[in-house]
Design a protein around this ligand. Structure first.
Ligand SMILES: [Zn+2]
Length: 637
Protein backbone atom coordinates (compact mmCIF):
# COMPACT_ATOMS: atom_id res chain seq x y z
CA UNK A 1 0.00 0.00 0.00
CA UNK A 2 1.02 3.56 -0.51
CA UNK A 3 -0.87 6.67 0.44
CA UNK A 4 -0.94 9.62 -1.89
CA UNK A 5 1.50 12.44 -1.52
CA UNK A 6 -1.40 14.74 -0.73
CA UNK A 7 -1.17 13.61 2.87
CA UNK A 8 2.56 14.11 3.10
CA UNK A 9 3.85 17.61 3.17
CA UNK A 10 7.39 16.40 3.54
CA UNK A 11 9.87 14.18 1.88
CA UNK A 12 8.62 10.77 2.86
CA UNK A 13 6.47 8.92 0.33
CA UNK A 14 4.20 6.61 1.97
CA UNK A 15 4.55 7.77 -0.17
CA UNK A 16 -8.48 -16.55 -5.32
CA UNK A 17 -8.92 -19.54 -4.10
CA UNK A 18 -6.05 -18.73 -1.92
CA UNK A 19 -4.42 -21.77 -0.53
CA UNK A 20 -3.80 -20.60 2.97
CA UNK A 21 -4.59 -22.46 6.14
CA UNK A 22 -7.52 -21.86 8.40
CA UNK A 23 -5.34 -20.52 11.22
CA UNK A 24 -7.33 -18.68 13.79
CA UNK A 25 -10.79 -19.46 12.47
CA UNK A 26 -12.98 -21.42 14.86
CA UNK A 27 -14.25 -23.73 12.14
CA UNK A 28 -17.97 -24.49 12.14
CA UNK A 29 -18.92 -28.16 12.28
CA UNK A 30 -20.70 -27.94 8.97
CA UNK A 31 -19.33 -27.71 5.47
CA UNK A 32 -19.41 -24.16 4.15
CA UNK A 33 -22.83 -22.90 3.06
CA UNK A 34 -23.73 -22.70 -0.61
CA UNK A 35 -23.02 -19.61 -2.67
CA UNK A 36 -23.95 -16.24 -1.17
CA UNK A 37 -25.62 -13.79 -3.54
CA UNK A 38 -24.45 -10.20 -3.47
CA UNK A 39 -25.79 -7.54 -5.76
CA UNK A 40 -24.63 -3.97 -5.53
CA UNK A 41 -26.73 -1.15 -6.93
CA UNK A 42 -24.29 1.66 -7.66
CA UNK A 43 -26.69 3.70 -9.76
CA UNK A 44 -26.73 6.30 -6.98
CA UNK A 45 -22.98 6.40 -6.49
CA UNK A 46 -22.85 10.04 -7.74
CA UNK A 47 -25.33 10.79 -4.95
CA UNK A 48 -22.77 9.21 -2.60
CA UNK A 49 -24.76 6.12 -1.62
CA UNK A 50 -24.55 2.44 -2.58
CA UNK A 51 -27.30 -0.08 -2.02
CA UNK A 52 -26.48 -3.76 -1.60
CA UNK A 53 -28.56 -6.88 -1.22
CA UNK A 54 -27.20 -10.19 0.00
CA UNK A 55 -28.78 -13.59 0.29
CA UNK A 56 -27.33 -16.21 2.65
CA UNK A 57 -28.17 -19.91 2.88
CA UNK A 58 -28.70 -20.37 6.64
CA UNK A 59 -29.69 -22.91 9.29
CA UNK A 60 -31.94 -22.46 12.29
CA UNK A 61 -30.21 -21.07 15.38
CA UNK A 62 -27.65 -18.39 16.23
CA UNK A 63 -25.80 -16.79 13.31
CA UNK A 64 -22.95 -14.30 13.38
CA UNK A 65 -22.26 -12.21 10.29
CA UNK A 66 -19.04 -10.26 10.00
CA UNK A 67 -18.31 -6.95 8.29
CA UNK A 68 -14.64 -7.18 7.15
CA UNK A 69 -12.37 -5.57 9.72
CA UNK A 70 -8.70 -6.31 8.93
CA UNK A 71 -7.93 -5.17 5.39
CA UNK A 72 -5.01 -7.05 3.84
CA UNK A 73 -3.56 -4.12 1.86
CA UNK A 74 -3.81 -1.80 4.89
CA UNK A 75 -2.41 -4.26 7.45
CA UNK A 76 -4.85 -2.57 9.83
CA UNK A 77 -8.27 -3.11 11.44
CA UNK A 78 -9.74 -0.25 9.42
CA UNK A 79 -12.76 -1.68 7.59
CA UNK A 80 -14.95 1.47 7.17
CA UNK A 81 -17.86 0.29 9.34
CA UNK A 82 -18.96 3.81 10.42
CA UNK A 83 -20.20 4.29 6.84
CA UNK A 84 -22.42 1.20 6.91
CA UNK A 85 -26.09 2.21 7.09
CA UNK A 86 -29.59 0.91 6.48
CA UNK A 87 -28.84 -2.60 7.70
CA UNK A 88 -31.92 -4.85 7.64
CA UNK A 89 -32.45 -8.61 7.67
CA UNK A 90 -35.50 -10.60 6.67
CA UNK A 91 -36.66 -14.09 5.75
CA UNK A 92 -39.75 -14.72 3.64
CA UNK A 93 -40.55 -11.00 3.90
CA UNK A 94 -40.48 -11.05 7.71
CA UNK A 95 -37.93 -8.84 9.45
CA UNK A 96 -35.32 -10.52 11.64
CA UNK A 97 -33.72 -8.40 14.37
CA UNK A 98 -29.94 -8.02 14.66
CA UNK A 99 -27.63 -7.06 17.51
CA UNK A 100 -24.19 -5.61 17.06
CA UNK A 101 -21.76 -7.43 19.32
CA UNK A 102 -20.92 -5.36 22.39
CA UNK A 103 -17.21 -6.11 22.11
CA UNK A 104 -16.57 -6.71 18.41
CA UNK A 105 -18.16 -3.84 16.50
CA UNK A 106 -17.69 -5.78 13.26
CA UNK A 107 -19.94 -8.69 14.32
CA UNK A 108 -23.73 -8.83 13.94
CA UNK A 109 -25.61 -11.49 15.84
CA UNK A 110 -28.94 -12.90 14.68
CA UNK A 111 -31.22 -15.74 15.68
CA UNK A 112 -32.51 -17.62 12.64
CA UNK A 113 -36.07 -18.90 13.25
CA UNK A 114 -37.23 -22.46 12.62
CA UNK A 115 -37.89 -23.30 9.00
CA UNK A 116 -35.82 -20.46 7.56
CA UNK A 117 -33.16 -21.52 5.03
CA UNK A 118 -32.54 -18.24 3.21
CA UNK A 119 -31.70 -14.96 4.89
CA UNK A 120 -32.03 -11.69 2.99
CA UNK A 121 -29.92 -8.70 3.96
CA UNK A 122 -29.94 -5.18 2.65
CA UNK A 123 -27.47 -2.48 3.49
CA UNK A 124 -26.20 0.85 2.24
CA UNK A 125 -22.71 2.23 2.11
CA UNK A 126 -22.14 5.95 2.47
CA UNK A 127 -19.52 7.41 0.16
CA UNK A 128 -17.62 10.35 1.60
CA UNK A 129 -15.13 12.87 0.23
CA UNK A 130 -11.39 12.98 0.87
CA UNK A 131 -10.45 14.98 3.94
CA UNK A 132 -7.37 15.47 6.07
CA UNK A 133 -7.43 11.88 7.33
CA UNK A 134 -7.29 8.51 5.56
CA UNK A 135 -10.88 7.67 4.65
CA UNK A 136 -11.50 4.62 2.50
CA UNK A 137 -15.13 5.66 2.02
CA UNK A 138 -13.88 8.45 -0.25
CA UNK A 139 -13.88 6.32 -3.37
CA UNK A 140 -16.39 8.01 -5.65
CA UNK A 141 -17.25 11.27 -7.38
CA UNK A 142 -19.96 12.51 -9.73
CA UNK A 143 -18.19 10.85 -12.63
CA UNK A 144 -16.45 7.76 -11.30
CA UNK A 145 -16.47 5.19 -8.55
CA UNK A 146 -14.23 2.41 -7.28
CA UNK A 147 -16.12 -0.46 -5.70
CA UNK A 148 -14.20 -2.08 -2.88
CA UNK A 149 -16.31 -5.14 -2.14
CA UNK A 150 -15.37 -5.20 1.54
CA UNK A 151 -17.44 -2.04 1.96
CA UNK A 152 -20.69 -3.78 1.06
CA UNK A 153 -20.14 -7.37 2.16
CA UNK A 154 -21.13 -9.44 5.17
CA UNK A 155 -20.06 -13.04 5.63
CA UNK A 156 -20.89 -15.81 8.08
CA UNK A 157 -18.55 -16.69 10.92
CA UNK A 158 -17.00 -20.12 10.94
CA UNK A 159 -15.17 -20.70 7.67
CA UNK A 160 -11.96 -19.43 6.09
CA UNK A 161 -12.65 -16.71 3.54
CA UNK A 162 -11.54 -18.83 0.58
CA UNK A 163 -14.16 -21.48 1.42
CA UNK A 164 -17.04 -19.01 1.11
CA UNK A 165 -18.29 -18.53 -2.46
CA UNK A 166 -20.05 -15.38 -3.61
CA UNK A 167 -22.07 -14.72 -6.76
CA UNK A 168 -21.49 -10.99 -7.35
CA UNK A 169 -23.60 -8.66 -9.46
CA UNK A 170 -23.29 -4.93 -10.00
CA UNK A 171 -25.50 -2.26 -11.54
CA UNK A 172 -23.78 0.96 -12.62
CA UNK A 173 -25.09 4.41 -13.50
CA UNK A 174 -26.40 4.53 -17.06
CA UNK A 175 -23.62 4.78 -19.61
CA UNK A 176 -20.76 4.12 -17.19
CA UNK A 177 -18.10 1.61 -18.18
CA UNK A 178 -16.10 -0.57 -15.80
CA UNK A 179 -12.80 -2.41 -15.43
CA UNK A 180 -11.81 -5.15 -13.00
CA UNK A 181 -9.84 -8.37 -12.82
CA UNK A 182 -13.03 -10.28 -11.88
CA UNK A 183 -14.12 -12.55 -14.74
CA UNK A 184 -17.49 -11.45 -16.15
CA UNK A 185 -20.31 -14.01 -16.48
CA UNK A 186 -22.78 -11.84 -18.36
CA UNK A 187 -23.58 -8.24 -19.10
CA UNK A 188 -26.75 -6.52 -20.12
CA UNK A 189 -27.37 -2.78 -20.22
CA UNK A 190 -25.75 -1.25 -17.16
CA UNK A 191 -25.87 -4.54 -15.22
CA UNK A 192 -23.06 -7.07 -14.94
CA UNK A 193 -22.78 -10.41 -13.20
CA UNK A 194 -19.44 -11.94 -12.37
CA UNK A 195 -18.43 -15.59 -12.18
CA UNK A 196 -18.66 -17.17 -8.71
CA UNK A 197 -15.66 -16.14 -6.64
CA UNK A 198 -14.28 -17.00 -3.20
CA UNK A 199 -14.65 -14.22 -0.65
CA UNK A 200 -10.92 -13.50 -0.37
CA UNK A 201 -10.54 -13.01 -4.13
CA UNK A 202 -13.74 -10.95 -4.29
CA UNK A 203 -12.37 -8.51 -1.73
CA UNK A 204 -9.06 -8.59 -3.60
CA UNK A 205 -10.74 -7.48 -6.85
CA UNK A 206 -12.00 -3.89 -6.87
CA UNK A 207 -14.13 -2.63 -9.76
CA UNK A 208 -13.28 0.73 -11.28
CA UNK A 209 -16.11 2.45 -13.13
CA UNK A 210 -16.95 5.81 -14.58
CA UNK A 211 -18.29 7.95 -17.34
CA UNK A 212 -14.82 8.63 -18.72
CA UNK A 213 -12.60 5.57 -19.05
CA UNK A 214 -9.92 4.34 -21.41
CA UNK A 215 -7.87 1.16 -21.72
CA UNK A 216 -4.20 0.98 -22.75
CA UNK A 217 -2.87 -2.48 -23.61
CA UNK A 218 0.73 -2.88 -22.48
CA UNK A 219 1.55 -6.16 -24.22
CA UNK A 220 -1.08 -6.55 -26.96
CA UNK A 221 -1.83 -10.12 -27.94
CA UNK A 222 0.42 -11.68 -25.27
CA UNK A 223 -0.65 -13.80 -22.33
CA UNK A 224 -1.06 -12.93 -19.53
CA UNK A 225 -2.30 -9.56 -20.68
CA UNK A 226 -1.39 -6.35 -18.85
CA UNK A 227 -3.41 -3.20 -19.21
CA UNK A 228 -3.76 0.26 -17.75
CA UNK A 229 -7.43 1.07 -17.13
CA UNK A 230 -7.87 4.80 -16.66
CA UNK A 231 -10.87 6.57 -15.19
CA UNK A 232 -11.04 10.28 -14.52
CA UNK A 233 -13.46 13.09 -13.76
CA UNK A 234 -12.77 14.74 -17.11
CA UNK A 235 -12.21 13.28 -20.56
CA UNK A 236 -8.97 15.25 -21.14
CA UNK A 237 -7.16 13.39 -18.38
CA UNK A 238 -7.61 10.03 -20.13
CA UNK A 239 -4.92 10.81 -22.71
CA UNK A 240 -1.68 9.43 -21.36
CA UNK A 241 1.39 10.53 -23.27
CA UNK A 242 2.88 7.83 -25.55
CA UNK A 243 6.27 8.09 -23.83
CA UNK A 244 4.71 7.27 -20.46
CA UNK A 245 2.86 4.29 -21.95
CA UNK A 246 6.22 3.19 -23.38
CA UNK A 247 7.70 3.26 -19.86
CA UNK A 248 4.74 1.22 -18.55
CA UNK A 249 5.38 -1.34 -21.29
CA UNK A 250 8.99 -1.47 -20.21
CA UNK A 251 7.83 -1.88 -16.62
CA UNK A 252 5.93 -5.04 -17.58
CA UNK A 253 8.98 -6.35 -19.46
CA UNK A 254 11.39 -5.46 -16.63
CA UNK A 255 9.14 -7.02 -13.96
CA UNK A 256 8.96 -10.16 -16.10
CA UNK A 257 12.76 -10.28 -16.26
CA UNK A 258 13.15 -9.59 -12.53
CA UNK A 259 10.54 -12.00 -11.18
CA UNK A 260 10.51 -14.59 -13.97
CA UNK A 261 7.04 -15.71 -12.92
CA UNK A 262 3.49 -14.44 -12.67
CA UNK A 263 0.81 -15.34 -10.19
CA UNK A 264 -2.16 -13.77 -11.92
CA UNK A 265 -4.33 -14.64 -14.90
CA UNK A 266 -4.19 -11.10 -16.30
CA UNK A 267 -3.10 -7.85 -14.69
CA UNK A 268 -4.97 -4.56 -14.49
CA UNK A 269 -3.48 -1.26 -13.35
CA UNK A 270 -6.73 0.43 -12.28
CA UNK A 271 -5.57 4.03 -12.54
CA UNK A 272 -7.94 6.69 -11.27
CA UNK A 273 -7.00 10.30 -11.99
CA UNK A 274 -9.18 12.33 -9.67
CA UNK A 275 -9.01 14.99 -6.98
CA UNK A 276 -12.22 13.67 -5.47
CA UNK A 277 -11.20 10.26 -4.12
CA UNK A 278 -8.74 9.16 -1.44
CA UNK A 279 -5.35 9.13 -3.15
CA UNK A 280 -3.74 5.75 -2.60
CA UNK A 281 -2.14 2.70 -4.08
CA UNK A 282 -3.57 -0.62 -3.04
CA UNK A 283 -2.15 -3.93 -4.11
CA UNK A 284 -4.06 -6.96 -5.23
CA UNK A 285 -3.11 -10.25 -6.85
CA UNK A 286 -4.43 -9.39 -10.30
CA UNK A 287 -4.82 -5.63 -10.17
CA UNK A 288 -3.82 -2.53 -8.32
CA UNK A 289 -6.05 0.31 -7.26
CA UNK A 290 -3.92 3.35 -8.11
CA UNK A 291 -5.36 6.79 -7.43
CA UNK A 292 -3.57 10.07 -7.93
CA UNK A 293 -4.56 13.69 -8.43
CA UNK A 294 -6.07 14.41 -11.84
CA UNK A 295 -3.15 16.53 -13.12
CA UNK A 296 -0.44 14.13 -11.94
CA UNK A 297 0.58 12.68 -15.30
CA UNK A 298 0.71 16.03 -17.10
CA UNK A 299 2.69 17.74 -14.35
CA UNK A 300 6.43 16.91 -14.40
CA UNK A 301 6.65 17.16 -10.60
CA UNK A 302 3.60 14.99 -10.03
CA UNK A 303 4.77 12.49 -12.60
CA UNK A 304 8.16 12.16 -10.93
CA UNK A 305 6.75 11.97 -7.40
CA UNK A 306 4.31 9.22 -8.44
CA UNK A 307 6.74 7.38 -10.76
CA UNK A 308 7.13 4.65 -8.18
CA UNK A 309 3.41 3.95 -7.75
CA UNK A 310 2.91 1.35 -10.50
CA UNK A 311 6.28 -0.36 -9.90
CA UNK A 312 5.47 -0.62 -6.17
CA UNK A 313 1.91 -1.93 -6.50
CA UNK A 314 2.78 -4.25 -9.40
CA UNK A 315 5.68 -5.73 -7.39
CA UNK A 316 3.21 -6.52 -4.63
CA UNK A 317 1.61 -9.14 -6.85
CA UNK A 318 4.78 -11.16 -6.14
CA UNK A 319 5.94 -9.69 -2.85
CA UNK A 320 3.03 -9.41 -0.48
CA UNK A 321 0.36 -11.22 -2.43
CA UNK A 322 1.99 -14.44 -3.71
CA UNK A 323 4.68 -14.50 -1.01
CA UNK A 324 3.16 -13.23 2.23
CA UNK A 325 4.53 -13.20 5.76
CA UNK A 326 2.86 -15.81 7.95
CA UNK A 327 1.56 -13.17 10.36
CA UNK A 328 -0.21 -11.29 7.57
CA UNK A 329 -1.79 -14.31 5.89
CA UNK A 330 -4.88 -14.59 8.03
CA UNK A 331 -7.71 -16.91 7.12
CA UNK A 332 -10.45 -14.31 7.22
CA UNK A 333 -10.87 -10.58 7.75
CA UNK A 334 -11.45 -10.68 11.50
CA UNK A 335 -8.23 -12.36 12.66
CA UNK A 336 -5.63 -9.83 13.84
CA UNK A 337 -2.55 -9.45 11.65
CA UNK A 338 1.02 -9.31 12.89
CA UNK A 339 3.15 -6.77 11.03
CA UNK A 340 6.64 -7.85 12.10
CA UNK A 341 7.71 -8.66 8.52
CA UNK A 342 6.30 -5.51 6.94
CA UNK A 343 9.89 -4.35 6.30
CA UNK A 344 9.81 -7.17 3.72
CA UNK A 345 6.19 -6.96 2.56
CA UNK A 346 6.33 -3.19 2.13
CA UNK A 347 10.03 -2.38 2.52
CA UNK A 348 11.37 -4.85 -0.04
CA UNK A 349 8.50 -3.87 -2.35
CA UNK A 350 9.62 -0.25 -2.09
CA UNK A 351 13.18 -1.31 -2.93
CA UNK A 352 12.18 -3.51 -5.87
CA UNK A 353 9.74 -0.83 -7.01
CA UNK A 354 12.60 1.69 -6.99
CA UNK A 355 14.72 -0.63 -9.15
CA UNK A 356 11.87 -1.11 -11.58
CA UNK A 357 11.16 2.64 -11.72
CA UNK A 358 14.76 3.16 -12.82
CA UNK A 359 15.01 0.12 -15.07
CA UNK A 360 11.80 1.03 -16.91
CA UNK A 361 12.90 4.64 -17.32
CA UNK A 362 10.06 6.05 -15.19
CA UNK A 363 12.86 7.71 -13.22
CA UNK A 364 16.23 8.73 -14.64
CA UNK A 365 19.31 7.39 -12.82
CA UNK A 366 19.87 10.90 -11.42
CA UNK A 367 16.28 11.13 -10.15
CA UNK A 368 16.62 7.67 -8.61
CA UNK A 369 19.82 8.70 -6.84
CA UNK A 370 18.12 11.86 -5.55
CA UNK A 371 15.24 9.70 -4.33
CA UNK A 372 17.65 7.38 -2.50
CA UNK A 373 19.56 10.36 -1.08
CA UNK A 374 16.34 11.91 0.15
CA UNK A 375 15.26 8.60 1.69
CA UNK A 376 18.62 8.34 3.44
CA UNK A 377 18.46 11.91 4.70
CA UNK A 378 14.88 11.62 5.93
CA UNK A 379 15.52 8.40 7.84
CA UNK A 380 18.87 9.68 9.13
CA UNK A 381 17.06 12.65 10.66
CA UNK A 382 14.55 10.60 12.60
CA UNK A 383 15.07 11.70 16.20
CA UNK A 384 12.90 8.78 17.28
CA UNK A 385 15.31 6.16 16.00
CA UNK A 386 17.08 6.28 19.37
CA UNK A 387 14.00 5.00 21.18
CA UNK A 388 11.98 3.14 18.53
CA UNK A 389 13.72 0.54 16.36
CA UNK A 390 12.81 0.06 12.72
CA UNK A 391 11.44 -3.34 13.75
CA UNK A 392 9.04 -1.61 16.11
CA UNK A 393 7.73 0.64 13.34
CA UNK A 394 6.66 -2.56 11.55
CA UNK A 395 5.21 -4.14 14.69
CA UNK A 396 3.23 -0.96 15.33
CA UNK A 397 2.20 -0.39 11.70
CA UNK A 398 -1.54 -0.49 12.40
CA UNK A 399 -1.05 2.47 14.72
CA UNK A 400 1.59 4.41 12.78
CA UNK A 401 -0.31 4.37 9.46
CA UNK A 402 -2.93 6.55 11.08
CA UNK A 403 -0.70 8.80 13.14
CA UNK A 404 -0.52 12.43 12.03
CA UNK A 405 2.51 13.87 10.21
CA UNK A 406 3.20 16.20 13.15
CA UNK A 407 6.02 14.85 15.35
CA UNK A 408 6.81 12.13 12.79
CA UNK A 409 10.56 12.50 13.34
CA UNK A 410 10.38 11.86 17.08
CA UNK A 411 7.41 9.47 17.02
CA UNK A 412 8.66 7.83 13.79
CA UNK A 413 6.20 6.80 11.12
CA UNK A 414 5.87 3.76 8.87
CA UNK A 415 9.62 3.99 8.38
CA UNK A 416 9.75 0.34 7.32
CA UNK A 417 9.04 1.60 3.79
CA UNK A 418 11.90 4.06 3.24
CA UNK A 419 14.49 2.71 5.65
CA UNK A 420 14.11 -0.83 4.33
CA UNK A 421 15.08 0.56 0.90
CA UNK A 422 18.47 1.34 2.44
CA UNK A 423 18.71 -2.09 4.08
CA UNK A 424 17.78 -4.01 0.92
CA UNK A 425 20.17 -1.87 -1.08
CA UNK A 426 22.88 -2.95 1.35
CA UNK A 427 21.82 -6.60 0.99
CA UNK A 428 22.01 -6.24 -2.80
CA UNK A 429 25.42 -4.52 -2.73
CA UNK A 430 26.71 -7.11 -0.26
CA UNK A 431 25.55 -10.05 -2.40
CA UNK A 432 27.24 -8.46 -5.42
CA UNK A 433 30.45 -7.94 -3.48
CA UNK A 434 30.44 -11.46 -1.97
CA UNK A 435 29.94 -13.05 -5.40
CA UNK A 436 32.11 -10.67 -7.45
CA UNK A 437 28.94 -9.34 -9.07
CA UNK A 438 27.78 -12.78 -10.26
CA UNK A 439 24.73 -12.79 -7.99
CA UNK A 440 22.34 -10.09 -6.79
CA UNK A 441 18.86 -9.47 -5.39
CA UNK A 442 17.64 -10.36 -8.90
CA UNK A 443 18.67 -13.97 -8.10
CA UNK A 444 16.86 -13.74 -4.77
CA UNK A 445 13.72 -12.71 -6.70
CA UNK A 446 14.05 -15.62 -9.13
CA UNK A 447 14.21 -18.03 -6.19
CA UNK A 448 11.71 -16.43 -3.82
CA UNK A 449 8.89 -15.72 -6.29
CA UNK A 450 9.49 -18.78 -8.47
CA UNK A 451 6.77 -20.43 -10.61
CA UNK A 452 4.45 -22.34 -10.90
CA UNK A 453 2.71 -19.57 -12.78
CA UNK A 454 -1.00 -19.14 -12.89
CA UNK A 455 -3.92 -18.27 -10.70
CA UNK A 456 -3.59 -16.27 -7.50
CA UNK A 457 -2.09 -18.22 -4.67
CA UNK A 458 -0.50 -17.39 -1.33
CA UNK A 459 2.72 -18.98 -0.18
CA UNK A 460 3.61 -17.87 3.32
CA UNK A 461 7.10 -17.34 4.70
CA UNK A 462 8.90 -16.61 7.95
CA UNK A 463 12.05 -14.68 8.82
CA UNK A 464 13.92 -18.01 8.71
CA UNK A 465 12.69 -18.72 5.17
CA UNK A 466 13.95 -15.33 4.08
CA UNK A 467 17.38 -15.91 5.63
CA UNK A 468 17.53 -19.37 4.01
CA UNK A 469 16.81 -17.96 0.53
CA UNK A 470 19.44 -15.24 0.99
CA UNK A 471 21.94 -17.93 2.02
CA UNK A 472 21.04 -19.90 -1.08
CA UNK A 473 22.03 -16.87 -3.19
CA UNK A 474 25.17 -15.95 -1.26
CA UNK A 475 26.14 -17.61 2.05
CA UNK A 476 26.53 -15.02 4.78
CA UNK A 477 25.37 -14.41 8.35
CA UNK A 478 22.20 -12.75 7.04
CA UNK A 479 20.35 -13.30 10.29
CA UNK A 480 22.74 -11.06 12.24
CA UNK A 481 23.08 -8.69 9.27
CA UNK A 482 19.33 -8.04 9.24
CA UNK A 483 18.72 -8.16 12.99
CA UNK A 484 21.46 -5.60 13.69
CA UNK A 485 19.84 -3.12 11.34
CA UNK A 486 16.25 -3.87 12.33
CA UNK A 487 16.75 -3.79 16.09
CA UNK A 488 19.19 -0.88 16.21
CA UNK A 489 18.52 2.21 18.27
CA UNK A 490 21.57 3.98 16.88
CA UNK A 491 21.18 7.65 16.03
CA UNK A 492 22.14 7.15 12.38
CA UNK A 493 20.42 5.37 9.50
CA UNK A 494 22.00 2.32 7.83
CA UNK A 495 23.92 3.91 4.95
CA UNK A 496 26.12 0.90 4.15
CA UNK A 497 24.16 0.16 0.97
CA UNK A 498 25.00 3.57 -0.43
CA UNK A 499 28.72 3.27 0.34
CA UNK A 500 28.72 -0.42 -0.63
CA UNK A 501 27.11 0.64 -3.89
CA UNK A 502 30.02 2.97 -4.62
CA UNK A 503 28.46 6.26 -3.52
CA UNK A 504 28.24 8.47 -0.45
CA UNK A 505 25.55 10.69 1.01
CA UNK A 506 26.52 14.36 0.86
CA UNK A 507 24.72 17.63 1.51
CA UNK A 508 25.09 20.60 -0.80
CA UNK A 509 23.15 23.79 -1.53
CA UNK A 510 22.00 22.30 -4.87
CA UNK A 511 18.30 21.38 -4.69
CA UNK A 512 17.44 17.68 -4.53
CA UNK A 513 15.19 17.11 -7.54
CA UNK A 514 12.80 14.82 -5.69
CA UNK A 515 12.52 17.07 -2.67
CA UNK A 516 12.02 20.17 -4.83
CA UNK A 517 9.21 18.40 -6.71
CA UNK A 518 7.55 17.53 -3.41
CA UNK A 519 7.78 21.14 -2.28
CA UNK A 520 6.38 22.39 -5.59
CA UNK A 521 3.47 19.95 -5.29
CA UNK A 522 2.56 20.67 -1.68
CA UNK A 523 3.57 24.31 -1.50
CA UNK A 524 5.42 23.52 1.72
CA UNK A 525 9.08 23.65 2.67
CA UNK A 526 11.32 20.77 3.72
CA UNK A 527 14.31 22.02 5.70
CA UNK A 528 14.98 18.71 7.43
CA UNK A 529 18.73 18.64 6.83
CA UNK A 530 19.39 22.28 7.70
CA UNK A 531 17.33 23.58 10.62
CA UNK A 532 15.31 20.35 11.12
CA UNK A 533 11.93 21.78 10.11
CA UNK A 534 9.07 20.95 7.77
CA UNK A 535 6.45 23.59 7.24
CA UNK A 536 3.25 23.92 5.21
CA UNK A 537 2.72 26.74 2.72
CA UNK A 538 0.64 28.66 5.26
CA UNK A 539 3.37 28.53 7.89
CA UNK A 540 1.97 25.66 9.98
CA UNK A 541 4.86 23.63 11.35
CA UNK A 542 4.47 19.97 10.42
CA UNK A 543 7.59 18.70 12.09
CA UNK A 544 10.45 20.06 14.11
CA UNK A 545 13.22 17.64 14.91
CA UNK A 546 14.44 17.43 18.54
CA UNK A 547 18.16 18.14 18.71
CA UNK A 548 18.14 20.35 15.60
CA UNK A 549 18.29 24.16 15.50
CA UNK A 550 14.58 24.96 14.97
CA UNK A 551 13.41 22.73 17.81
CA UNK A 552 16.17 23.89 20.14
CA UNK A 553 15.03 27.48 19.54
CA UNK A 554 11.54 26.52 20.73
CA UNK A 555 9.77 25.87 17.41
CA UNK A 556 7.50 22.84 17.56
CA UNK A 557 4.74 21.21 15.50
CA UNK A 558 1.39 23.05 15.49
CA UNK A 559 3.04 26.47 15.70
CA UNK A 560 2.24 28.75 12.81
CA UNK A 561 5.17 30.78 11.53
CA UNK A 562 4.01 34.27 10.59
CA UNK A 563 7.32 36.17 10.27
CA UNK A 564 10.92 35.49 9.23
CA UNK A 565 13.74 38.00 9.86
CA UNK A 566 11.26 40.87 10.17
CA UNK A 567 9.34 39.94 7.01
CA UNK A 568 5.95 38.26 6.60
CA UNK A 569 6.32 34.47 6.38
CA UNK A 570 6.44 32.65 3.08
CA UNK A 571 8.27 29.41 2.31
CA UNK A 572 10.52 31.37 -0.06
CA UNK A 573 11.30 33.92 2.67
CA UNK A 574 12.30 31.13 5.07
CA UNK A 575 14.31 29.41 2.33
CA UNK A 576 16.23 32.66 1.68
CA UNK A 577 16.84 33.20 5.39
CA UNK A 578 18.31 29.69 5.71
CA UNK A 579 20.43 30.17 2.57
CA UNK A 580 21.76 33.52 3.77
CA UNK A 581 22.52 32.20 7.27
CA UNK A 582 25.92 31.17 5.92
CA UNK A 583 27.03 34.75 5.46
CA UNK A 584 25.23 36.18 8.46
CA UNK A 585 26.37 36.34 12.05
CA UNK A 586 22.87 36.69 13.47
CA UNK A 587 20.28 34.02 14.12
CA UNK A 588 17.27 33.32 11.87
CA UNK A 589 14.47 35.16 13.64
CA UNK A 590 11.06 33.56 13.61
CA UNK A 591 7.76 35.01 14.80
CA UNK A 592 5.23 32.26 15.37
CA UNK A 593 1.66 32.03 16.53
CA UNK A 594 1.26 29.52 19.33
CA UNK A 595 -2.42 28.97 20.14
CA UNK A 596 -3.15 32.68 19.81
CA UNK A 597 0.03 33.90 21.45
CA UNK A 598 2.80 35.46 19.37
CA UNK A 599 6.28 34.14 20.12
CA UNK A 600 9.77 35.08 18.95
CA UNK A 601 12.32 32.34 18.31
CA UNK A 602 15.96 32.77 17.38
CA UNK A 603 17.20 29.83 15.35
CA UNK A 604 20.96 29.63 15.80
CA UNK A 605 22.09 28.19 12.49
CA UNK A 606 24.73 29.22 10.00
CA UNK A 607 24.97 26.19 7.74
CA UNK A 608 23.14 27.61 4.73
CA UNK A 609 20.96 25.44 2.45
CA UNK A 610 21.55 21.69 2.82
CA UNK A 611 20.06 19.20 0.40
CA UNK A 612 20.96 15.52 0.17
CA UNK A 613 22.69 13.99 -2.85
CA UNK A 614 24.71 10.91 -3.72
CA UNK A 615 28.27 11.42 -4.83
CA UNK A 616 30.54 8.79 -6.42
CA UNK A 617 33.34 7.40 -4.30
CA UNK A 618 36.39 7.42 -6.58
CA UNK A 619 37.91 4.05 -7.25
CA UNK A 620 34.97 2.01 -5.92
CA UNK A 621 32.78 -0.31 -8.01
CA UNK A 622 29.54 1.35 -9.05
CA UNK A 623 27.20 -1.43 -7.91
CA UNK A 624 24.33 1.03 -7.64
CA UNK A 625 24.75 1.85 -11.32
CA UNK A 626 24.61 -1.90 -12.06
CA UNK A 627 21.50 -2.31 -9.89
CA UNK A 628 19.60 0.41 -11.75
CA UNK A 629 20.45 -0.85 -15.27
CA UNK A 630 17.61 -2.38 -17.34
CA UNK A 631 17.60 -6.16 -17.72
CA UNK A 632 15.80 -6.06 -21.05
CA UNK A 633 16.95 -4.22 -24.17
CA UNK A 634 15.29 -0.80 -24.39
CA UNK A 635 12.71 -0.69 -27.18
CA UNK A 636 11.92 -4.43 -27.05
CA UNK A 637 9.04 -5.83 -25.06
ZN1 LIG B 1 2.74 -1.34 -0.58
Amino acid sequence: MRYGARFNTGALILAAALSIGATGVARAQNPPPGPIEISVDATHAPQRILHAKLQFPVRTGPLTLYYPKWMPADHSPDGPIPNLAGLKFSAGGKEIPWHQDLVDMYAFNLDIPQGVSTLDASLDFLISAPGPTIDFSASGSAKLFILMWNQVVLYPKGWPAHELTFNPALTLPQGWKFNTSLPVASQSGNGVTFLPVPLDLLIDSPVQSGEFTRVYQLNPGAKPSHEVDVASDDAWALDISPDLIEHYKRLVAEAGALYQSHHYRDYHFLLTLSDNVLPLGQEHHESSDDRVAEHTLVDPNGRMREAGLFPHEFSHSWNGQYRRPEGLATADFQQPMKGELLWVYEGLTEYLGTLLSARSGLLTPQQTRDYIALTASTTDHRAGRQWRSLQNTANAAQMLYFSPPEWSSYRRSVDFYPEAVLIWLEVDATIRKLTSDHKSMDDFCHAFYAPPDGEPEIKTYTFDDLVATLNQVAPNDWRSFLRERLDSTAATAPLGGITGGGWKLVYTDEPNEFLAAGEAESGGGDFTASIGLRVRGDGMVVDSIPGMPAFESGVSPFLKIVGVNGRQFSVDELRRAIRDSKSSSSAVEIVAMNTGTLEKHEIRYQGGSRYPHLERVDGSTDYLGEILKPLTPVGVH
